[in-house]
Write a protein that binds this ligand. Structure first.
Ligand SMILES: C[S@@+](CC[C@H](N)C(=O)[O-])C[C@H]1O[C@@H](n2cnc3c(N)ncnc32)[C@H](O)[C@@H]1O
Length: 242
């Protein structure tokens, strides 16, 4: 991105562009809830984005605290706007601007969310992330993660992935991708705001994103004592401590 924040373009209207799949993500969080242990520590939200999932935890579990990590300034501002509207949450939620490896994490956590973020970590980083979670999760606790589709890198032809109309303007995202190697895909996403056919804003972002196969991540999790179990939707997984 021009300003060095690779999520600045998406953040222009992130909750609209990410609308597809939101129901599935929220349903997956509902499945995680029985495995959360808020008495053990805060629920860690790695790459919290616009804060929509942290909000779900705060709503569902009035006794829970959330520690959200969000290194993108643009995305963080969305999360903080959401939180600003709910003063009752303020004592229970912290939004840290550091990335996973820069933030100092609490000794114990009550669970974790890693949604839309695993692909930002290479194999060594995934192993380190999983190890950091494993030592902090209480017995019976779990982290929720999603593994990117497709499972193996391949060419994705351009396709519009969201269209929303707000008042007189339409928001549309167009994504395409190319395989880079056995695990990495290069995604190019264009975010449009349209007045009829007239393009008012158009921002394009490119990023490399990793698509590790579930068996690979399951083996990495097993190395640190976590068991990876699929949820019914085939996209979300619980990485749990026995
Ligand atoms: C695709 S967005 C997903 C946001 C949100 N979790 C959701 O599902 O809507 C990925 C987020 O991860 C953040 N991110 C990228 N690398 C990160 C890292 N190393 N540590 C923490 N967050 C990271 C990005 O800034 C971005 O907001």
């Amino acid at each position: 991105m021009r300003d060095g924040d690779e999520y600045a373009a998406a953040a222009s209207a992130y909750d609209l562009f990410a609308a597809a799949g939101r129901e599935a993500r929220l349903a997956a969080i509902d499945e995680l809830v029985p495995r959360l242990r808020p008495e053990a520590g805060p629920v860690l939200d790695v790459g919290a984005g616009s804060g929509v999932h942290a909000a779900r935890i705060l709503d569902l579990l009035p006794g829970a605290r959330v520690l959200a990590l969000e290194p993108s300034r643009a995305m963080r501002s969305l999360a903080l706007s959401r939180i600003a509207a709910r003063p009752d949450w303020h004592p229970r939620v912290t939004v840290r601007p550091e990335d996973f490896f820069s933030a100092s994490l609490p000794a114990r956590i009550g669970g974790a969310l890693l949604l839309g973020v695993i692909g930002h970590f290479d194999a060594g980083e995934r192993a380190a992330v999983l190890a950091e979670l494993a030592v902090r999760l209480p017995a019976g606790g779990a982290a929720l993660l999603d593994l990117p589709r497709p499972e193996r890198p391949r060419r994705i032809e351009p396709s519009a992935f969201t269209v929303a109309t707000i008042g007189e303007l339409t928001y549309r995202g167009i994504a395409e991708a190319w395989p880079v190697d056995a695990e990495v895909m290069r995604w190019r996403t264009t975010y449009l705001c349209l007045d009829g056919e007239r393009v008012l804003t158009e921002d394009t972002a490119e990023c490399d994103y990793r698509h590790p196969a579930p068996a690979v991540v399951a083996a990495e999790a097993g190395e640190v004592g976590l068991r990876l179990a699929p949820l019914a939707d085939g996209t979300h997984w619980l990485a749990g401590r026995a």
